[in-house]
Design a protein around this ligand. Structure first.
Ligand SMILES: [Zn+2]
Length: 203
């Protein structure tokens, strides 16, 4: 009787642990394994929590709206960064698709290749698509915010982090596009002040 109770208790505990593990977050986070990423050729560790979040758009590949297409976009970006550019891995820490899922790139703990001078102190999030004139769908934007908040809750991103669009910290890029930059400029942690600030080109 007592043994049965203990077994039942252990069983419940195991179920609970597995549920917590699977439901890490209030959004779908697709692991590298799940989108069939190739391994990185090298990894450089970052120290967390990081003080910055940098937002990008992919421009190319274009927006994707299904799990299948977004996984293809991840493969494409990794190929462009790793094979064409000769980098260690896909450059971004994470990417978010129009399917509303977040895809693990270099992740929370490894230095990215997305914004020189900020790579070792930021999480770089690519919002897959070309957002110069159009906005990403609401589920894509809300996943970006959930991903950032998850990173803050876990202590990977500083509570008082600063959010910038890529163009604010690098000359000569339109990224993350006028429409998206305007959108993120309304987000709580956005700062117009950056080490280098390049105002949006006139519309
Ligand atoms: Zn960018």
């Amino acid at each position: 009787m007592k043994f049965g109770f203990i077994m039942e208790f252990i069983c419940c505990l195991l179920v609970l642990i597995s549920v917590i593990n699977v439901q890490c977050c209030d959004f779908d986070l697709v692991s590298r394994e799940d989108w069939h990423a190739d391994p990185p050729t090298d990894v450089e560790k970052m120290s967390n929590p990081v003080p910055f979040v940098i937002i990008h758009h992919s421009f190319m590949p274009p927006a994707c709206y299904s799990a299948e297409d977004c996984e293809k976009s991840m493969k494409k970006m990794q190929e462009m960064h790793q094979i064409t550019n000769g980098w260690n891995d896909v450059g971004y820490s994470f990417a978010v698709g129009g399917d509303g899922r977040a895809y693990e790139g270099r992740g929370w703990f490894n230095v990215g290749a997305h914004a020189p001078t900020y790579n070792n102190k930021s999480i770089g999030i690519c919002i897959i698509g070309d957002w110069r004139t159009e906005l990403p769908p609401p589920q894509q934007l809300s996943t970006v915010l959930k991903l950032i908040n998850f990173g803050v809750r876990k202590g990977y991103i500083a509570k008082d982090y600063t959010l910038h669009g890529h163009r604010q910290v690098r000359n000569g890029t339109e990224c993350p596009g006028n429409a998206l930059l305007e959108e993120i400029s309304t987000w709580e942690h956005f700062s117009p002040e950056a080490e280098m600030y390049f105002p949006p080109p006139p519309k």
